[in-house]
Design a protein around this ligand. Structure first.
Ligand code: KG4
Ligand code: ZN
Length: 351
């Protein structure tokens, strides 16, 4: 069955941070095509995302990416029924580029728009995998800005079970990586260095694992990394690449351990047997391996989005929009005005 007239074809835009993502999703058939431009190379020289540069680059990329995605899907603009876009949370200027483009396009074509919450995109992205998890499930949402455990009973049915009190898991990766002299984005760089490290050498603290709840605290970890690094500098003539690799391995192990302990606790406390991992840190291979082993031990199952859809992308935004329409939670809106929400709680879009 193709994406016929009874189904909607939704063009979706993601521009909340440093990735321009565009995709077309059919409400019945799923993902038809998607394209991505990452700004990592551009921001690398500055050691992190420069918001103004991010906005300007989104402007440069959004139109060529749209043309490419439509071509890949074998469609033209006149086939599109609605335009979805990330309305928040994220960088104000970057969000405004995607939102203005999406709204202008929709206005010019006389078709409606669907503003989407970025984290709902991440949360539902594992449904793009094969096999897709069934509801209900526990979701571990681990991105650069957020670390949350949610109970997901269906599309739009989200309950926050726990979250970080300070830094996000991705931030812990990024800040520790910076201390180790690694380039932005720190997560993948630290994970690569950790592969060469000796896990037996150092153990870093696992904050809040005995708290009994499902909250996290990662801000102490970067201090522990800094303290360990200072000690090496004091005790040795030279801090070698091997020393840094050992420290990277210890950092990754601490983050992965804490995430796994809390995710498993959420499964036990909720009585659910399915765990879904979403967000950029979900691309981490150690986290994937560890969760596969631990959930199997518990007789539970873990689901991950395809690695390419873990970090920010347009597919998850168009897909979340399609799911919300399909389940009657959100109606495409014809509106001449729009707003973006740099700060926005996921529970605000729950039903
Ligand atoms: O979801 P995402 O692309 O953007 C946000 O919405 O924040 O997540 C980006 C975060 C960054 O902190 C990045 O370092 C981390 O995901 N990340 C990883 C890996 N790939 C991306 N962290 C650990 N291991 C990875 N392989
Ligand atoms: Zn994200």
């Amino acid at each position: 069955m193709g994406c016929d007239r009874n189904n909607m074809k939704i063009l979706g835009y993601e521009s909340s941070c440093d990735e321009t993502g565009v995709a077309v999703v059919c409400t019945e058939q799923g993902l038809l095509a998607h394209g991505l431009h990452s700004q990592i190379a551009m921001h690398k020289a500055y050691g992190g995302v420069v918001p103004e540069l991010a906005s300007r680059d989104h402007i440069r990329r959004v139109l060529p990416l749209t043309e490419q995605v439509l071509q890949d899907a074998g469609l033209t603009l006149s086939d599109i029924d609605a335009v979805a876009y990330t309305a928040g949370p994220g960088l104000n200027g970057a969000l405004l580029v995607g939102a203005s483009f999406a709204n202008s396009l929709a206005w010019a074509r006389g078709i409606p728009t669907l503003p989407i919450h970025h984290l709902e995109g991440h949360l539902l992205s594992p449904l793009l995998a094969d096999p897709a998890p069934e509801f209900p499930f526990v979701a571990l949402l681990v991105s650069g800005g957020h670390t949350q455990i949610m109970q997901v009973d269906g599309v739009g049915q989200y309950r926050l079970l726990g979250e970080t009190l300070d830094d996000a898991a991705g931030e812990a990766f990024d800040k520790s990586a910076k201390l180790l002299g690694l380039p932005y984005p720190g997560g993948p760089a630290l994970a690569a260095l950790a592969e060469k490290g000796n896990l037996e050498r150092l153990t870093l603290p696992r904050p809040m694992i005995h708290s009994g709840d499902l909250d996290f605290s990662f801000s102490g970890l970067k201090t522990a990394v800094l303290t360990a690094l200072r000690k090496m500098e004091k005790d040795q003539d030279l801090v070698t690449d091997q020393d840094r690799a050992d420290l990277a391995a210890a950092t990754q192990a601490a983050i992965v351990d804490v995430l796994a302990i809390k995710a498993l606790r959420a499964l036990k406390q909720s009585g659910l047997k399915r765990l879904v991992v979403a967000g950029g840190v979900g691309a981490n291979q150690q986290l994937r391996q560890h969760l596969l082993t631990e959930t199997a031990r518990l007789g539970a199952q873990v689901y991950f989005p395809p690695v390419s859809l873990c970090t920010d992308n347009g597919a998850m935004i168009a897909f979340a929009a399609a799911q919300r329409v399909k389940h009657g939670i959100q109606s495409p809106e014809h509106s001449a005005s729009f707003k973006v929400l740099p700060r926005w709680d996921l529970e605000d879009v729950a039903i």
